[in-house]
Design a protein around this ligand. Structure first.
Ligand code: HGY
Ligand code: MN
Ligand code: MN
Length: 456
């Protein structure tokens, strides 16, 4: 409900209407409110087709959000549930309040701002993204889609728009370490995961969720089932270089890759680097290195677009004069076909077992919850394409090689994603950049797509 900055007029306006806003003068507000009260404020398509977001405002918000966890090299380190993430979340909720939204933290730690819809029984349309980052990441990954949601809601309010469906603006918690918040939203986080302390954290996940205002005890009973939402939309930077290469404004996402992730510990025997002969050493680093090469070899051994990466590699004890006794590393596999990922993993396991035997080392593997691959909804794709066309923007269908919360939301309703170009295809790095004009284009496409979906 939009209750701020309007004084007594708020009472006139039907709950859940977007029908008044700070951008209007008082007379307009009263007129819009009265129109809503008698149910007249359903704009015709030609009218809303001309609506545009405020590009300066959203780009200014992006700069402001970029201050939290800022690194000297231009990017941000805002790892989910860390101090910078907490500060950014507080700022974000203040921003939402300042434009008349009423954000709340759900049991799983997600920030949700719900605006009631005018049509009884209509299911919610959800839109948003995330504001956490990878360590040493960029300023655009997730933030564009999160701020876009606020910008779109602000624009609609200033237009006096009355949404038919409930609108739920979402900032998903800790996207980068396995779509945590959106899995919690589905009911896919169990007690074991809540109680476990992940490799990168010092506290169990449940304690972290509590820290951001979530309710770990309620997570078990919290869920949203298939068919419970009218749709999910997420605007995001492409994070690859295709749109730039093609000279295309907008990517219409066809599907999102699935991700299998593994935390591996290779154990050998740490011993003196000067007195231990070369023969008979149990060097964990050499075994782990061979394992990393095996991942690369197995993934490349088959045709297709699958990718595999060892992105974390920690040698212990990590001293010049000690044979490495332990290596902690991650293995990640991605493809649109989950069965193919399982096949690749089995091959890697076989290769890994052979390596460990040969090097007299051992290994343990902890499998992370999978990000399940998802296909976007055809009619939502159509709406995105139409929206781009209506704005005079070029668009092209493309897959997403990056994971997104949208792939979880696709399990409960029609999902669509909008991509805007990433300069140089750089992402998860400080040089990540999307031109302000492209950000604005994307937010306008989000606005126009949302209107199409809301109008049915
Ligand atoms: O890792 C990913 O693909 C995403 O950016 N979270
Ligand atoms: Mn990311
Ligand atoms: Mn992202």
């Amino acid at each position: 409900m939009w209750q701020r900055r309007v004084g007594g007029v708020a009472d006139v306006v039907a709950a859940g209407s977007l029908a008044h806003g700070g951008a209007m003068n008082r007379r307009e507000v009263v007129a819009a409110a009265a129109a809503v009260a008698v149910g007249r404020r359903r704009p015709s398509q030609p009218e809303w087709a001309g609506w545009r977001v405020d590009g300066d405002r959203i780009n200014r918000w992006l700069d402001e959000l970029g201050r939290f966890g800022a690194n000297p090299d231009g990017g941000v380190s805002r790892v989910g549930f860390g101090d910078a993430d907490l500060q950014a979340r507080a700022w974000f909720m203040d921003l939402m309040r300042s434009v008349g939204l009423a954000p709340a933290v759900d049991p799983a730690g997600n920030i949700l701002a719900k605006v009631d819809g005018a049509e009884p029984g209509a299911k919610p349309l959800i839109f948003g993204s995330h504001i956490d980052s990878v360590p040493n990441g960029g300023r655009y990954d997730g933030t564009v889609g999160s701020l876009a949601a606020v910008e779109v809601a602000t624009t609609l309010r200033s237009r006096g728009y009355r949404n038919r469906h409930p609108f739920w603006l979402a900032v998903w918690a800790d996207e980068e370490s396995g779509l945590v918040g959106s899995r919690g939203f589905l009911g896919a986080i169990g007690p074991d995961e809540l109680a476990a302390t992940r490799t990168k954290d010092r506290e169990p996940l449940g304690a972290l969720i509590k820290r951001v205002g979530g309710d770990p005890e309620a997570v078990a009973g919290y869920r949203h089932d298939r068919g419970s939402i009218a749709g999910y939309l997420e605007l995001h930077i492409e994070q690859g270089g295709l749109l730039e290469q093609w000279g295309t404004d907008i990517g219409v996402v066809q599907g999102i890759v699935g991700i299998l992730g593994f935390d591996v510990v290779v154990t050998g025997f740490a011993n003196h680097a000067g007195t231990t002969p070369m023969v008979g050493r149990r060097n964990a680093l050499l075994a782990a290195s061979e394992l990393a090469l095996a991942v690369d070899r197995v993934v490349k051994s088959q045709p297709g677009r699958q990718v595999g990466t060892v992105g974390r590699f920690e040698v212990r004890p990590g001293a010049q004069n000690v044979i490495p006794g332990e290596v902690h590393l991650s293995i990640e596999l991605r493809d649109l076909d989950m069965a193919k990922l399982e096949r690749l993993w089995r091959e890697i396991e076989t290769a890994g077992n052979a390596i460990m035997r040969r090097r007299a080392t051992s290994w343990t593997v902890a499998r992370r919850p999978a990000n399940v691959a998802a296909v976007s909804d055809l009619s939502v794709r159509g709406a995105v394409t139409e929206a781009a066309r209506g704005l005079g923007l070029s668009s092209k269908a493309m897959p997403s090689g990056a994971g997104h919360d949208a792939q979880n939301l696709a399990r409960i309703g029609p999902m669509g994603m909008i991509f805007v170009p990433s300069v140089g295809g750089i992402s998860h790095a400080p040089k990540e950049f999307t031109a302000p004009a492209d950000v604005t284009n994307g937010v306008n496409v989000l606005l126009q797509t949302l209107l199409r979906l809301d109008q049915g």
